[in-house]
Design a protein around this ligand. Structure first.
Ligand code: GCU
Length: 680
C-alpha cells in the first residue's frame, strides 16, 4: 500500500466507463480512502484536481476540468508520436499545468497507466515531467501455471512448484478465497501480464475435464481475473476427443474429431466469451499427440487453431518435443537437436492463430544454454519464447537467483549475428504479430506468494520484460526493490536498496558458478532436480549427459565431429560455436568435449576454472547471507526470517555442490587444484 501514497493523497478524476475503468476507480478510491485524497467519476460539474484518467472515446461532459485535461492530453499525444494510436493497452502520461493526465484509447490502457503512476510515486506529479507514451511491445504476456486440480502422487499439486499449493485449485475445486485470487490478478496486472493458463501442460484425467464438464470452474476463475485485464487459457489434452468425447480416435484429419473440437470450443466461448485459447504439450514426455496417427505437428496445431479461429482464440503449441527414451550408449541422438528437427521443416504451415511456444534453450530451462536455434529458423511462424520463472533448475526458490540478467541476455541475443535482429524482435514480430513472451509461473498459496520473498522479483521482472523486452534488467530490479521495500521509520532506504542490489544483481551468475560448469547443464538430482547429482542423469534415458571421463568433459555438438547441432544456427553463430577456439567460454562444454587442460579465453584451464568458480560461488553465497544479516531490524521481521532461513539452506546446498563437483572432477582427472585448497 505504501506505493499508493503519492496517488492516494491527491484529487483524482476518472472519466470513462467499462469493467477495467471500474477497477481503476476502485483502486484509486481505496488509495484515497487510505491517504486522504478524493476521487470523482465523470463529474458533470467542475472540480479542482491533481490527476485525471480519461478515455479518449468517452462522452464529452460539461465539466471544464475534464475537457481541459483531455485537450491537453490530445495535444501531448500529437506531439509525442506522429499520430500513432495508443492501442488496446497503451497510455499517455502528460502534464497540463498543475494536473497530471493519463489518456488511453481503451480501459486496459488506463489500468496500466494507473500502475505506471503508482511506480513513479511523486515523480508522476513533477511539473517538469515531459509527456511520455507507453504501449507494450508484446501483445501477449503470459504465465503458464503448471497447477493440477487434483494432487499428483509424485509431482504434488503444482508441478515444479516451490510456493505451496495452487493459487487456483484446492481440494479438487476452485479455491473459495476469491479475494486472494483477485489480489493475484492485481499483482500480475501491475507487472503487465495479461494472460494465464490455469492448469498443468501435463494434463491429467481430472484436469482434462476442465474443457467440458468442469468448464464452470474455469469460468469462475476467469470472472475474477477479468477486471484486471487477464484472459484465461487452458492446457488441453490432444486426446480429448477420445477421453472426453468418446471418439475412437484423436486423428487431426478425421472429420468427427474436427467437429468435436469445433463444437467443444464453441461451448467454451459461450461460457467464457473472452477465453484466450489452448496450450498444448503434444508427443512430449508421454503426452498424446499427432504422431500416433502418422500426422505432424502442423496438422495437430492447425486442428485446434481451426476450432479457435471463429472466436478469436489462439493455440499455444509447445516445441518441447524430443525422444525421452534415449539409450545413453547412443552418441548419435542429441536431445538439443530435437525441436529444430521436428519443427523447422514445418515453417509456413501453421495457421495464423497458432503460436509456436519455444523454450529459450534447446534442452530444458538450464542455468546456461545457447538460445534455441528454432527461434531463428521459422520466419513464417508466430514464435513465442518460453521462460521458466519457477526456479526448477535454478535453486527452487530456496536459493536467491535473480533471473532478469539471464532472460535479458536471451532476449538481446542476435541469432543472425551481432547488430542483427534479436530474439526480442522475433517474438515481437512484424506489426507486433509475433507470439509474445510466456513463462512458467512461480506463484502458489504461500504467504509471500513465491516461497522465497526475493523470488517475487523474478515474477515482476518477467512481466516488465514482456512489456518491454529491451529494458535494462538492473533498472527493473531497482523498480521492484523500491516498490517492495519502501522507506520506513526505521530503515535507511538507500542502505536497504544497495544491500539488496549487492545480494541479487549477480545472484544468477553466482548460482551458475557453484553448479554445472561451462554450460554443460544438469548434474542435478534426478526427479526433484534439486542439489548436486553429477552423474545423476549420466546413464538414464533423458538425453542430458556430460560425458566426463579421465581426460575431459563436455558434449561434442559440432558439425565436424559431433551431433551437428551447431549447424542448426545461422552461419555467424554456426561458425562461432563450431570450434572450441571461438566458442564462448560459458558454453564451451555445451558444444565441445575438451581435455581438462584446455585453456579458456579467460586464461584458465577447464579444470582450474571448475575449481575456482566453485570455491568463488560458495564465497559469494556466504557474503549474501552476511549482507542480508545487516538488514535485520530494518525490514518486516517475517520477511527477514524467511529469507534468512533460505540463505542458510543456500549456503548448505551451494557447499554441497562445490564439494561434490570439485571432488568428482579431481577424482576423474587426477589434476590437483593449483591453489591447494581442500577437495575431498
Ligand atoms: C521439464 C520439467 C517437467 C515439465 C517439462 C515441460 O522437463 O522437469 O516437469 O513437464 O519440463 O516443460 O513440459
Amino acid at each position: 500500500p505504501e506505493a499508493f501514497r503519492a496517488l492516494g493523497a491527491r484529487r483524482v478524476l476518472i472519466h470513462g466507463d467499462g469493467l477495467l475503468v471500474d477497477t481503476v476507480l476502485d483502486e484509486v478510491s481505496r488509495a484515497c480512502a487510505r491517504y486522504g485524497g478524493r476521487v470523482w467519476h465523470s463529474p458533470s460539474w467542475d472540480v479542482d484536481v491533481d490527476l485525471v484518467f480519461a478515455l479518449r472515446g468517452a462522452d464529452e461532459l460539461p465539466s471544464l476540468s475534464v475537457r481541459a485535461a483531455r485537450a491537453a492530453g490530445e495535444a501531448a499525444l500529437a506531439e509525442t508520436g506522429d499520430g500513432a494510436p495508443l492501442g488496446d493497452e497503451g497510455f499517455l502520461l502528460a502534464r497540463d499545468g498543475d494536473v497530471t493526465v493519463v489518456l488511453a484509447d481503451a480501459p486496459a490502457g488506463l489500468l496500466y497507466g494507473l500502475f505506471h503512476v503508482v511506480r513513479l510515486c511523486a515523480a508522476a506529479f513533477d511539473p517538469a515531467r515531459p509527456a511520455e507514451r507507453h504501449r507494450p511491445a508484446l501483445r501477449r504476456r503470459m504465465l503458464n501455471h503448471w497447477d493440477n486440480v487434483a494432487v499428483h502422487p509424485v509431482m504434488g499439486q503444482v508441478e515444479r512448484g516451490y510456493a505451496g499449493g495452487s493459487i487456483f485449485w484446492q481440494e479438487g475445486r476452485p479455491r473459495g478465497d476469491r479475494a486472494r485470487l483477485r489480489e493475484y490478478a492485481r499483482l500480475l496486472a501491475c507487472t503487465g501480464v495479461n494472460a494465464v493458463s490455469v492448469n498443468n501442460v501435463n494434463v491429467g484425467r481430472t484436469e482434462a475435464l476442465l474443457l467440458t464438464d468442469r468448464l464452470g470452474d474455469v469460468a469462475e476463475i476467469a470472472d475474477v481475473l477479468r477486471p484486471y485485464g487477464i484472459r484465461v487459457h487452458l492446457s488441453v489434452s490432444f486426446a480429448a476427443p477420445m477421453i472426453l468425447g468418446g471418439l475412437p480416435t484423436a486423428d487431426p484429419l478425421d472429420d468427427a474429431v474436427r467437429a468435436w473440437w469445433a463444437a467443444t470450443t464453441r461451448r467454451v466461448y459461450e461460457r467464457i466469451p473472452d477465453f484466450g485459447g489452448y496450450l498444448v504439450k503434444a508427443d512430449s514426455e508421454g503426452q498424446p499427440g499427432p504422431f500416433s496417427y502418422g500426422r505432424d505437428h502442423a496438422d495437430g496445431a492447425n486442428l485446434l487453431a481451426e476450432a479457435l479461429a471463429p472466436h478469436g482464440g489462439v493455440v499455444h503449441w509447445r516445441a518441447f518435443v524430443y525422444n525421452h527414451h534415449q539409450d545413453w550408449r547412443d552418441r548419435s541422438t542429441d536431445r538439443a537437436r530435437a525441436a529444430y528437427d521436428h519443427f523447422a521443416p514445418l515453417d509456413g504451415r501453421f495457421r495464423t492463430n497458432v503460436v509456436l511456444q519455444v523454450k529459450y534453450g534447446p534442452v530444458d530451462f538450464q542455468t546456461r544454454e545457447p538460445v534455441s536455434p528454432v527461434l531463428a529458423a521459422m520466419p513464417a511462424t508466430r514464435l513465442a519464447v518460453e521462460l521458466q520463472v519457477t526456479q526448477e533448475y535454478t535453486g527452487q526458490q530456496r536459493h536467491v537467483c535473480h533471473l532478469g540478467p539471464w532472460w535479458s541476455e536471451v532476449l538481446r541475443f542476435a541469432p543472425w549475428g551481432p547488430g542483427g535482429r534479436t530474439i526480442a524482435d522475433v517474438v515481437t514480430g512484424e506489426a507486433a504479430a509475433g507470439g509474445g513472451l510466456v513463462a512458467v509461473a512461480n506463484v502458489g498459496d504461500d504467504r509471500f506468494w513465491t516461497g522465497h520473498p526475493l523470488a517475487q522479483a523474478n515474477l515482476y521482472t518477467f512481466g516488465r520484460l514482456a512489456w518491454d523486452p529491451r529494458r535494462d534488467p538492473a533498472e527493473v530490479l531497482d523498480e521492484w526493490i523500491t516498490l517492495t521495500f519502501p522507506p520506513s521509520a526505521t530503515a535507511d532506504p538507500d542502505l536497504v536498496r544497495q544491500t539488496l542490489h549487492e545480494i541479487m544483481d549477480d545472484s544468477w551468475r553466482s548460482y551458475e558458478r557453484y553448479t554445472a560448469p561451462l554450460g554443460v547443464g544438469f548434474m542435478v538430482n534426478p526427479g526433484d532436480h534439486y542439489g548436486p547429482g553429477v552423474d545423476g542423469y549420466e546413464y538414464t534415458r533423458w538425453g542430458t549427459y556430460h560425458f566426463a571421463d579421465r581426460d575431459g568433459v563436455g558434449v561434442d555438438r559440432s558439425r565436424a565431429s559431433g551431433t551437428g547441432f551447431a549447424a542448426q544456427y545461422p552461419p555467424y553463430w554456426a561458425k562461432v560455436y563450431e570450434s572450441p577456439e571461438s566458442c564462448p567460454d560459458e558454453l564451451l562444454l555445451f558444444f565441445h568435449h575438451v581435455p581438462y587442460g584446455h585453456v579458456l579465453h579467460s586464461g584458465s584451464t577447464v579444470i582450474q576454472h571448475i575449481y575456482d568458480t566453485h570455491f568463488a560461488g560458495v564465497e559469494e553465497v556466504v557474503a549474501m547471507r552476511r549482507r542480508w544479516q545487516t538488514l535485520n531490524g530494518m525490514i518486516d521481521p517475517s520477511v527477514y526470517e524467511r529469507v534468512a532461513e533460505r540463505l542458510d539452506e543456500q549456503v548448505r546446498c551451494a557447499t554441497e555442490w562445490r564439494d561434490q563437483v570439485n571432488t568428482y572432477f579431481l577424482r576423474k582427472s587426477g589434476v590437483p587444484d593449483e591453489r591447494g585448497r581442500e577437495i575431498h
